[in-house]
Design a protein around this ligand. Sequence first.
Ligand code: DX5
Ligand code: ZN
Length: 220
Amino acid sequence: MPELKIAPSILASDFSRLGEEIGAAIAAGADLIHVDVMDGHFTPNITIGPPVVSALRQHSSVPMDVHLMITNPEDYVEDFANAGADIITFHVEAAIHPHRLIDRIKQLGCRAGIVLNPGTSHDTIEYLVDYVDMVLLMTVNPGFGGQKFIPEMIRKIQSVRAMLGDRDLQVDGGIDAETAPAVIQAGANVLVAGSYVFGSPSYLDAIESLRAEQPDQATT
Ligand code: DX5
Ligand code: ZN
């Protein structure tokens, strides 16, 4: 199992103090900063774009993990790469030529990942999985923070871990100290957490509680 990483999602942070919020999350042990990009088409919500990623890049000493929840992702990957994204993930539901887009993201110098909505079967990525650095499984329907984890996703995590070998498997949505042990046990190793981290009085305690149930630690 690859290393466990915690990726706080800035969607739940105080947008009037984004730079400080990122600094605080990193000081508390964040391994990545997860940036949720929504366009009001693929998702019912609109968030932020490349200029904000660019402004935040200088506040981040850890990789910026940009989750594109947008239609026509191929039109925007270059802008996000130029803005300083280190990892770019896009939804299989939104990409017409996903192989081509994975290649493009890598050519731009970023790590490439594909994302599946809760209702999309893992079979969809059978012929893509060998080309990606990471798979992100949505454990809620994309659009908003603070939604409830969908328990059926545990089976999908297990199936995708079997396809991925030791590459990164990220989960996103409804992750907290209660759901983290089950997703880690099923094979997820990159945990996105928005409201759980940024809604906690101590980001440090929140991040440490997500790491507490690592299977390796439990057995030693
Ligand atoms: C949902 C986003 C998530 C969201 C997670 O559309 O992709 O990254 O911020 O929020 P929580 O952790 O609050 O479920
Ligand atoms: Zn996300």
